[in-house]
Each structure stands twice: as structure tokens, then as C-alpha cells.
Design a protein around this ligand. Structure first.
Ligand code: BG6
Length: 519
């Protein structure tokens, strides 16, 4: 994943590395199932467009969209060109859009119909001839998850997943990968009947975010932090992934999923594993994922009592955002008016291993919260005794190391400094690194890197079967208890707030508090 080039000191404004280019991927065809969905137009095509602009797509490249609706290739090309113009995250270059549309094909077919895969094989053989793509295909399953098993089986039966020495075949699975431990396990078994693990790319778009990848670079590329990165010096870890938006037009999916399934065993556990894992022996995909899996397995299992004491769920009611009124979750489109689905979750987790024993991991995520902000806070232990007790300093703020994931991207360290003047007074100050100051800001969808990595066959940033199952194992007891005890107080937080009070209580009981993000 990392090519380990030596680094030079970069000054703010240099922006040296942002223009550096990698090598284009090798010849291949991307086949997208679920072409009509939001993900395709909002993320996948804008990401492909950015890759094309950065010369990271091969010249020998084509895209086949598989959909159930009647359409034709020229219609599809027109539609996609328009959507790229609408959803691109960077400036429009008509020549790049033309280049992409020239290699776009539409294939109509029912996902359950073997004939659709036979004709797909025929189309792909022609595409190979016209674009010299060499029989290398990757399939992106952006469909509803109930089709994952079926599509995989059908692709296998049509001979479309068979690799040879000269050509590769890979499948990317969008989330959600299962809706609990047993369904994730069943899905793994089902797709492993057709594919080898090295053909399977379970995507988690959080791993495509630069700041998330930077956690590894930061921890293992700098000698000064690792010695204090453990239970001796760290008091606790907090992770907040706060969204201001509601469920928009995804009520149908979300009302069955809820905040826990939607965000925790995937995005948030990725963050936790990167922050807490041991140094891998190399940056090979399996070496990194072995370490991630180990820490996921080290999470202390939650008993029923733990679930009651250490988990908080919430659902937003009506609220306001400045002057605008925000609707309650139960009034959102395609949400049941008596829904007991949670839109907020806060948890306290513990890890049973030598590095982290006794260090709580607090996490919270929710929709319609006060601000949009994702951050990881590492709070260090306080100094062993109060040297300043005969002065006017009453309390020393703990050192916090903060990884800002979005919308700000950067890292900051908070520490105490003397406020100038004759009296000893301490104030908390910040040492700040902002990505944009050093590297410029390059609007990306987060999918660019992941698509590129799949094309070059590097699975480091994708989840392995054992990681997915280890994550669901942690969450499953919570799902079980919550299902057995439906919430009685929903809605329990107003839209536009920081969630239910119980989430604050979760930390206050331990003498701690959430950091207010965005400060
Ligand atoms: C998706 C969830 O996986 O991640 C959404 O299904 C959520 O509900 C989204 O809004 C958050 O992603 P990001 O990149 O905006 O933090």
C-alpha cells in the first residue's frame, strides 16, 4: 500500500505532494450492478471522473452498467454524462467526460436471470476486443444487499469469476455486509463458495478518507507517539461521528437498519482498529488486517447487564436548526410513524489486551445532531500531582490528541501553557496541523483510492471475512438486548441537539465528559 518514499519537510503552502501522480492501473472493465442508485451517481462516477482526471485509469478501460430498467447504451451515456456534470467534486473538463462516455455500456438484465449473465459475458468479450481490457473485470455490487449472494452465484455460474494466470476477476461488496453476525457469516460462506478471499473486496468508504489512512502513517511513521500510546499514559479514547442530516430519502433502508448497524461495526470499528492495533510486520494487506482483526477480537464481550449499563440509544424528535424547523424521525418519508429504530447510539467498550486493558473507548454517532463533525480524541492521563497547588491554578485540563476526520481534516494536540503575566495561570492551547494548509484541499468522494486499490489488487483497505465477523460479534449482544427490550421513551432527543442526556451520563458517571467537537 505504501511505497515508503523518503519524506522531505513540507512547509504550509508548499503543496508538494498534492500534485504527485501514481501510475495508472492496468487494463480492466468495471461492471456496476445497481446502476440506478444514489451511490452510483453521487460517489462512483464522480470518483471515476477524478481518477480519470488524475490519469489513474488505464487507457484500456471500460465501464458496464447493469440495470433492470429498459435503456440503451446511448441513453445511458447521456444520463451518466449529465450526472457527472451535476455531482462531480472537481472542475468539469468536457474532454474527460467524453473520454469516459466513449467507454460506457449499458446492459439490461434481471439479477436473478441466468440469461442476463450469459449475455453479459458476450458483451464483456466484445468490450475486451474493442478496448483491449484483457479479460480483467471487477464487479461493483451497489445493489440492495439481498442480491449479493445471488449475483455472486450467477457470475460464478456464467464463468465470469474465473481467473487465470493472465486475467483477474474481483468483486466489491458495498455495505451493509450482513445485518448481524449470523447473516454476515452466511453471506461470507455463500460468496466463498464462488470466490477466493483474494477476489473479495468488502468496502468501507471510511478507509478511503485521507485522514483515516493518516492514522497509520502518523502512528507508525513517527517515533515519538508510540511509546505513550497505551494504558499507562492514555486515560480514554472518544470517537464522535456526528451528522446534521436526517435520513433523507433512505428511510426504507434506515428504518430496518438503525444507527448501530449503519455506522458502528463498520465505519467506527475501522477507526477503532486503526487507533488501537499493534504495529503490523509490514504494510501487506494481510499483515495489516491480521492486526486489525486481533484488536476487534480483543473487545470485551458485552453481557446483558453491560448492554443495559454501557449502551445508549436515541431517536430524534422535532427540533430546530437556527430558524428552520426539523421534522421528527417518525415523520420522515418511508419511516414507520411508530418506529422504534434508533438514530443515535453511544457505547462504552473495553478491550482485553495488554496495551488497552482498563482504557475505555467511548463512541457516539447519530443523525440530526448539532453539527457535522467526526473526530477521534485520545485523552492522556493527568499529571501525577498538582505542582501548582499554591498558585491560582485550580485544575489542569488533560492533554488531548485529536484526529479531525471531517469536515476539518487534521490533527491537533491540546496542552497547558502559562498565560503571560506575574501570576501563575495556565490556559489550554492547541498545536494544530491542518491538511489544507500543507497539501491544499482536493475534493474527493473517498471512493477514488478504494476503486484504484481494487484495480491494482491491493486489499489492505478492504475488510476481510474474519474482520467483518469479529465486528458483528461485538455488536450482536447489543442488537439482541435492544430487540428484546424495545425503547419506551422514543423520541428522546430533539433534532439539532447533541443526542439524549444519557449519552452525557455515560461519561459523567466515570468522571469524564465528551469533548465538544468543532472547537
Ligand atoms: C454511510 C451510512 O455508510 O455513511 C450513512 O449508511 C452515513 O447513513 C454515511 O450518512 C456517513 O458517511 P460520511 O462519509 O458522510 O461520514
Amino acid at each position: 500500500m505504501y511505497n515508503g518514499k523518503e519524506t522531505a519537510v513540507i512547509a504550509p503552502g508548499d503543496r508538494k505532494t498534492s500534485g504527485e501522480r501514481g501510475r495508472p492501473a492496468g487494463p480492466c472493465v468495471m461492471v456496476i450492478f445497481g446502476i440506478g442508485g444514489d451511490l452510483t451517481k453521487r460517489k462512483l462516477f464522480p470518483a471515476l471522473y477524478n481518477l480519470a482526471k488524475d490519469d489513474l485509469l488505464p487507457k484500456e478501460f471500460a465501464i458496464v452498467g447493469v440495470g433492470r430498467g429498459e435503456s440503451s447504451t446511448p441513453e445511458f451515456q447521456k444520463k451518466i454524462a449529465q450526472e457527472i456534470r451535476e455531482f462531480a467534486t472537481s472542475d468539469i473538463e468536457p474532454a474527460v467526460i467524453d473520454w469516459m462516455t466513449e467507454r460506457l455500456y449499458y446492459h439490461v438484465g434481471n439479477f436473478q436471470d441466468p440469461a442476463a449473465y450469459k449475455s453479459l459475458a458476450g458483451l464483456l468479450a466484445n468490450v475486451d476486443k474493442d478496448h483491449s481490457t484483457g479479460g480483467n473485470y471487477f464487479y461493483y455490487l451497489a445493489t440492495a444487499p439481498e442480491f449479493f449472494g445471488e449475483i455472486t452465484r450467477q457470475l460464478g455460474a456464467a464463468g465470469l469469476t474465473q481467473q487465470t494466470e493472465n486475467r483477474w476477476r474481483r468483486v466489491i461488496y458495498e455495505k451493509p455486509f450482513g445485518d448481524g453476525l449470523s447473516s454476515a457469516h452466511a453471506l461470507n460462506c455463500e460468496i466463498e463458495e464462488v470466490l477466493q478471499e483474494n477476489q473479495i473486496y468488502r468496502i468501507d468508504h471510511y478507509l478511503g478518507k485521507e485522514t483515516v489512512q493518516n492514522i497509520l502513517a502518523f502512528r507508525f511513521g513517527n517515533g515519538i507517539f508510540e511509546p505513550v500510546w497505551n494504558r499507562r499514559y492514555i486515560d480514554h479514547v472518544q470517537i464522535t461521528v456526528a451528522e446534521t442530516m436526517g435520513v433523507e430519502n433512505r428511510g426504507g433502508y434506515y428504518d430496518h437498519s438503525g444507527a448501530l448497524r449503519d455506522m458502528v461495526p463498520n465505519h467506527i470499528f475501522q477507526l477503532i482498529s486503526l487507533v488501537t492495533m499493534e504495529p503490523p510486520v509490514s504494510f501487506d494487506a494481510d499483515a495489516v488486517r491480521d492486526e486489525q482483526t486481533k484488536v476487534l477480537r480483543a473487545m470485551q464481550p458485552l453481557s446483558e447487564q453491560d448492554v443495559l449499563m454501557r449502551t445508549v440509544r436515541g431517536q430524534y424528535g422535532e427540533g430546530t436548526d437556527g430558524n428552520a424547523r426539523l421534522p421528527a424521525y417518525r415523520s420522515e418519508p418511508r419511516v414507520s410513524p411508530v418506529s422504534s429504530t434508533e438514530t443515535f447510539v453511544a457505547l462504552k467498550l473495553l478491550m482485553d489486551n495488554w496495551r488497552w486493558a482498563g482504557v475505555p473507548l467511548y463512541l457516539r454517532t447519530g443523525k440530526r445532531l448539532k453539527i457535522r463533525s467526526s473526530e477521534i480524541v485520545i485523552q492522556f492521563k493527568s499529571v501525577p500531582f498538582m505542582l501548582f497547588r499554591k498558585t491560582s491554578v485550580e485544575r489542569l485540563a488533560p492533554n488531548q490528541f485529536i484526529v479531525h476526520i471531517q469536515p476539518q481534516e487534521g490533527i491537533s494536540l491540546q496542552f497547558g501553557a502559562k498565560i503571560p503575566g506575574p501570576i501563575v495561570k495556565l490556559g489550554t492551547v492547541n498545536m494544530d496541523f491542518r491538511y489544507a494548509d500543507y497539501f491544499g484541499s482536493k475534493p474527493s468522494t473517498g471512493y477514488e483510492r478504494l476503486l484504484y486499490e481494487c484495480m491494482i489488487g491491493d486489499a489492505t483497505l478492504f475488510q476481510r471475512a474474519d474482520m467483518v465477523e469479529a465486528s458483528w460479534s461485538v455488536v450482536q449482544p447489543i442488537l439482541d438486548v435492544w430487540q428484546a427490550l424495545p425503547p419506551r421513551n422514543f423520541p428522546n432527543y430533539p433534532a439539532g441537539s447533541w443526542g439524549p442526556w444519557e449519552a452525557n451520563d455515560l461519561l459523567e458517571r466515570d468522571g469524564r465528559q465528551w469533548r465538544e467537537p468543532g472547537q
